[in-house]
Write a protein that binds this ligand. Sequence first.
Ligand code: FAD
Length: 544
Amino acid sequence: MLRLTELTLPLHHADEALPAAICKRLRITPRELVRHVVARRAHDARDKANILLVYSVDVNVKDEAATLARFAKDRNVQRTPDTRYRFVAQAPEGTASKRPVVIGAGPCGLFAGLILAQMGYRPIILDRGKVVRERTKDTWGLWRRGVLNPESNVQFGEGGAGTFSDGKLYSRIKDQRNLDRKVLTEFVKAGAPSEILTEAHPHIGTFRLVTMVESMRETIESLGGEYRFSSRVDGLDIAVDSTGERRIRGLHLHTGETIEADHVVLAIGHSARDTFEMLHAAGVYVEAKPFSIGVRIEHPQSWIDTARFGADAGNSILGAADYSLSHHCSNGRTVYSFCMCPGGTVVAATSEVGRVATNGMSQYSRNERNANSGLVVAIDPARDYPGDPLAGIALQRHWESLAYVAGGSTYKAPAQKLGDFLAGRSSQALGEVTPSYRPGVHLTDLSQCLPDFAVTAMREALPVFGRQIPGYDHPDVLLTGVETRTSSPVRFTRGETFQSLNTAGLFPAGEGAGYAGGILSAAVDGIKVAEAVALSMNGPALPV
Ligand code: FAD
């Protein structure tokens, strides 16, 4: 089979136009084209008066060798890559050795657990939060009633942080083994729409994610894996030998139970601050890493659709429009859009009492009234939180606490109209944009819960973005704060064998460990770490 890439057709093309374009491009007759399947479809809306669809197509032709030879120098005509996943190891028959333990049932832990189970290692998966349906009730408890459960919320529980999200499944990772394909294929098996295999910017939406997470749990359990919910890991049992080498031996749960384990995947996400502190106190190597801080920005989705797609706004192939923006400011800071959710809602994303943090989510249909996105400023340890490896956590807590107070100390979020933000005055009344954040917003001055440099940078960037997307900086556009959990503020650095730099048998993974940003990359990292665990379990020793 051949893969033909960069085949462009007008948005409104007829079905027959695709095979005709393939034949034209390959200089073959329609009779020589045996079959074609779309491998990927993207759109190019740079010229909104002439929006194009860009296809990658897998084709069977009568004489494949001759066609390939004819296009030997054309990188857009290649053999279709083999993207099947191949397991790197298999658990030895009748193995009585200790089972691997995965801490965290987010996308990273889920895929680490799945791959270990598929290889026959019968993992134990621990999560501090609850099973996904129970967790959903607790999460809505904050959104509907302003009641936070610190152990079961938008960050903690089965499915991890991405469960109540837009379920965007694209990332910038480049992976020669196509592990992302394994992730997408497993998601489809678990109930995701099959378009995620072909869309250039696939998404699932929160509703389906809940059922998919349940289905994947059933698969893991059917393969001998085991889940334990409401099981927070509060301590590590680490053996130190006479040469000073450290090796994990077991885990202590908050229930008082101890689990023996010599292979532990640490997939705890970016919000397990108490666990970060515990790991640091236990001497596990950790360093501070950059992240970003800012607000959520909300526009009517129709404004973004019109700005991006012109007369084709609302076209079902294009769906709700998204955007990606970035500006380097004169104060040396970079402002960018983050985790854009078309047709979605701004959500309360805190996991700590007395703090407010924002994020965004949407349903598969993406048909809510507003578009939202993080509008954030990149920060780094050297400049903004030097010294202690955990100083970034203190910084997040500081601004989240101020946001809680600015919102009225009820889990309402502080919000401000963009025009007032630029003018440096408190907002008194809403304008054209209706806030989607629950349990509600409190109009105020957001500069009191953001660092000065971030306020200055955002004030410079907003009019620049307004020149790129007309209406983006309309005075009624709503800003809601604070967006602090853009990625992990720490990295649990690992060596070549994916184990902690100074603790053998501990495999830091996913977003919390600083090795992923988003659902897809966290899941891919989970696969890589599961493979490393399997190779280490089958091998004679655990190198550090
Ligand atoms: P997590 O998903 O955070 O999972 C960590 C798990 O570890 C949690 O379930 C937690 O309960 C558990 N845990 C923590 N500490 C302990 C402990 N001590 N003991 C036991 N268990 C513990 N990304 C995208 O790619 N697309 C999106 O559309 C998107 N939208 C998002 C919307 C929201 C509202 C949020 C909050 C995030 C969104 N993200 C999105 C980011 C994405 O969710 C994360 O990148 C991803 O979930 C990280 O996966 P992870 O498995 O590394 O960690």
